[in-house]
Design a protein. Structure first.
Length: 150
């Protein structure tokens, strides 16, 4: 029994994974965004079927138009980005705050979604979690909960 020597190649991609290849080609971020959008569209459509919701009813629940929902559900349409969805999610989350707490809560979360980078956004989120809003009960559970309430 003889052992064959390992042959060295000049292929720089040998042993690397597909993500490394996409990064080297400068395509990783774009491919990642498309993949996330396709998964989001798939899960949203699956949830609509399970809940027996029409596109019109789903758009109404999301606080958007049917045309915007169609763009979101079309995985090949690059016009809708995940960032837009997150901004809508944050804006619609204020519906669960009491009326008197909406303005201060909106001001408290604005630095999170307007941060210049992901790292800055995480730092702002950490600051928010240490602040008075995180220590109070969720406004959706108890009326009047916010900074300064027990």
């Amino acid at each position: 029994m003889s052992i064959k020597p390992v042959r060295k190649t000049s292929n720089p991609h040998l042993g690397s994974d597909f993500d490394d290849f996409l990064r080297e080609e400068g395509l990783y971020d774009e491919a990642q965004a498309v993949a996330v959008k396709r998964v989001l569209a798939f899960e949203l459509e699956r949830g609509m079927v399970k809940a027996q919701l029409t596109k019109t009813a789903m758009a109404k629940r999301m606080g958007t138009t049917r045309a915007q929902l169609d763009r979101l559900l079309n995985p090949d349409n690059p016009a809708t980005t995940l960032q837009t969805c997150i901004v809508h999610l944050i804006r619609n989350s204020l519906d669960y705050a009491s009326w008197k707490d909406r303005k201060p809560l909106a001001a408290a979360i604005k630095p999170i979604y307007t941060a210049a980078s992901a790292e800055a956004a995480l730092a702002e989120l950490d600051a928010f979690e240490r602040g008075p809003w995180a220590r109070s009960s969720p406004p959706s559970r108890r009326r009047g909960a916010g900074p300064g309430t027990a």
